[in-house]
Each structure stands twice: as C-alpha cells, then as structure tokens.
Design a protein. Structure first.
Length: 348
C-alpha cells in the first residue's frame, strides 16, 4: 500500500458512496483484492517448489520486492480485471483467475471487448467477438472451478482464431465467410439446406468431400486463393484450415503446433467423457496455454486494425504476459504425477 500511494489507491479502487451500494451491501474491499493478487502471484510462482524453497522465497527481500512490483502491475490493470470477478466462486477451490497468466488473459479479453464496443465495426468483427466471448466464458468457468466445461469453449475459441488468422489478412473474402455463417443460421432454424447453398455444394472444388455439414461450416475456403493447392486432404475441416495456416503462417508455427494438440485433447471434454480431474492445477496449465496463444495474437491483430496501442493503462501487457507464460511453460514441462501428488499434499 505504501508503494501504491493514496492517489493511486483511489484511482484504481472506487470508494464513492452510492444508493445501490447501501442497498446491496457490496463495495470495494481494496485490501482483500490486493491480498488475493499477492497470494495468486505467490502461489503461481511456487508451483512444484519444495517447502524449503518456498520458505526461502518468503524470507527474501528481493522476492518480496518482485511480488510488490507484480502486484502493482495487476492493480493498475484491474479495471479490466478483478473489478469484474465474482465475489464468491460457485464451487470452492483454487482461485486461479488471480494467478498472473489467467488474470492478464482476462484483462486482454475485456480490453478487446471494449475496443469492439467503441466506434464502428471492424473487419472480421464476428470472429473477434467469437474469440473474445468464448475466452471470457472459459476464464469465468476457471474462476468458478468448473474446469471440464471450459474446454469446449477453448476449443471453439481456437477454431475461430484459426479462421481469423486466414481472414484478417484476406478481408475481401470475409463476406463469403458471412454468407456461409448465415447458411448455418438458416439451416439451424429450418433444418433444411438453403437453395443457394445446395448450388454451391454441387460446384464445390473438392468433389471427393461428400459431407454437406462439413461444407456448410467451411465451404467459404473455396474462395481463398491457393487454399486447395496446399490442402489436399479434408479441406472442409478445422484440420484443413490448420494445414493451410502451417504453410502460410510459418512465423506462428510454434503456437499452431501447441493449439493443434490441445484442440484434439479437448474432444473428451467436449463430449462429456471427462468432467472432474484429480489435479485442478493441470487444468490451470492447459486452459492458460490454449488461451495464451489464442488471446495474445487476437489482441495484437485487433490493436493493429484499430490502430490502438498495446499498452493497457500504461502497462506493457505483452511483455507481462510473455514473462508469465515462460514461467508457466517451465512448470508444465516438468509436470508429473509425482509432482502433482506432492503439490496437493503440501497445499492440503
């Protein structure tokens, strides 16, 4: 609180009286929110550390200064972050949304939502909305310890992100995507394929693909220059789009490889085969990694299109999120059943 100072305290926490607060009894609890940030950052940094290593950190002046600095970062972006968090989770458990990476992902998502709400529509607006809404929904479920149900939303966000990567640089084809999206809406309402769609299906480039449902979802790729020269197998699927992106977006190959693996692993959650895991920290890892690649790049694309700066309230959110992702990646790389067991024995 000394580092923050009184002027910043009232800048980032609203202590004003209102009739609504008098009635509902809910107001700002600055100390409580800040404590949650400190604990969240500390717990995230302590994953898989031995007890003596954690104690050494807690006694270290350097480590304490690091905690203070990172907590101040989170306070300065809280108007896009913890101000929106639920006061009490639906299911008790670890408060992962106060861990650094999920917190920053939530901030970026709400910032993008505000950017879309301000001013005119941008290119690919439907896809931006889709990525953002699915991501915020998944993070909200992470907050409430409803892990299994977050995976289908992450899977949906990944799929829309893949489409966005293709269409953000080929905006002249976005109208074709919208046409097929409206075909889907009409089919959902009437349970019959629109006549215009049937005509396009008969003229489809890949005649060996017989599934109308696949063409309904991805038929717009027929209009993308060079798509079918790259994608020879299953062109009207997510995996066809992924094959194309790996060829065309080689600078993003690292993230695409990660997302492909997670997209496949989401299948069991999407179809209800898995709901509860013995190790919630594993879900924290996986959901955070999926959304890191999805939200970070979507944020940069939208800032570029809107000609908006990437800093949020003066904070370099990209450097912040890359730093915390590197820490989480290291923890994920060394994960094991033995380490999970030890982690939950120490924290029980």
């Amino acid at each position: 609180m000394k580092e923050l100072g009184y002027e910043n305290l009232i800048k980032y926490y609203d202590f004003r009286w209102s009739e609504e607060r008098t009635v509902i009894g809910i107001g700002e609890a600055a100390e409580y929110d800040i404590c949650k940030m400190i604990v969240g950052i500390h717990k995230a940094k302590s994953i898989f550390l031995l007890e003596n290593e954690m104690r050494r950190h807690e006694k270290s002046k350097r480590y304490n200064q690091e905690l203070i600095a990172e907590t101040l970062e989170k306070i300065k972006i809280r108007l896009y972050g913890s101000v929106h968090f639920r006061k009490k989770p639906l299911f008790q458990g670890e408060e992962f949304l106060y861990y650094p990476l999920p917190y920053e992902l939530f901030v970026m998502s709400t910032r993008m939502s505000k950017m879309l709400a301000d001013g005119h529509d941008c290119n690919c607006h439907q896809l931006y909305h889709g990525v953002i809404y699915n991501s915020i929904s998944a993070l909200s479920l992470l907050e409430d310890n409803l892990f299994g149900t977050a995976y289908p939303l992450c899977r949906g966000a990944i799929e829309m992100y893949f489409k966005l990567l293709i269409l953000a640089s080929r905006t002249e084809f976005y109208s074709q995507y919208e046409k097929f999206r409206m075909f889907e809406v009409e089919f959902s309402c009437c349970r019959t394929y629109p006549e215009e769609f049937n005509v396009l299906f008969k003229k489809r480039i890949c005649q060996t693909s017989k599934a109308k449902a696949d063409f309904l979802h991805f038929g717009w790729v027929d209009h993308i220059d060079g798509y079918h020269k790259v994608v020879k197998k299953s062109p009207y699927t997510v995996y066809g789009i992924l094959t194309f992106l790996k060829q065309e977006e080689k600078d993003k190959s690292f993230g695409l490889e990660w997302l492909e693996g997670f997209y496949k692993s989401c299948h069991a959650y999407t179809h209800g085969s898995i709901q509860i895991s013995r190790y919630p920290i594993l879900h924290y890892f996986e959901i955070s990694i999926m959304l890191y690649f999805t939200i970070r790049e979507t944020f940069l694309l939208l800032c570029r299109e809107k000609k908006a700066e990437t800093k949020i309230n003066g904070q370099d959110i990209i450097s912040m999120i890359d730093r915390d992702f590197a820490d989480l990646c290291h923890q994920y790389d060394i994960r094991s059943t033995e380490r999970f067991e030890e982690y939950y024995n120490v924290n029980s």
